[in-house]
Design a protein. Structure first.
Length: 95
């Protein structure tokens, strides 16, 4: 059963032609454009935005994953319910 599926997933066939390569390039550019739009829509300093653009451009997959994690943390920190668990709690002092 799996033999027929695995035979179609070889790397030597016509599946990896220039059309597949161009599709991957177009998809990558779309993902990169969306990431840049997200970076510039954040309320960060210009220097921080430029650092994120360099990270995402020079380390494509790792940079996008790191940026997604930072954005998720920032959004969870400001969430009304979940942010309670991420903020430091003040301890009450007894007088």
């Amino acid at each position: 059963m799996f033999d027929s599926i695995l035979n179609k997933l070889d790397f030597t066939g016509p599946n990896l032609g220039w059309q597949a390569f161009m599709l991957c390039c177009v998809l990558y550019l779309i993902i990169l454009a969306c990431t840049f739009a997200s970076i510039f829509s954040q309320g960060l300093q210009l220097r921080t935005k430029l650092i994120w653009v360099l990270i995402v451009t020079c380390l494509p997959f790792i940079g996008i994953v790191l940026y997604a994690m930072v954005c998720a943390y920032a959004n969870l920190r400001t969430h009304p319910i979940l942010g309670h668990f991420l903020t430091a709690r003040k301890t009450k002092r007894k007088a």
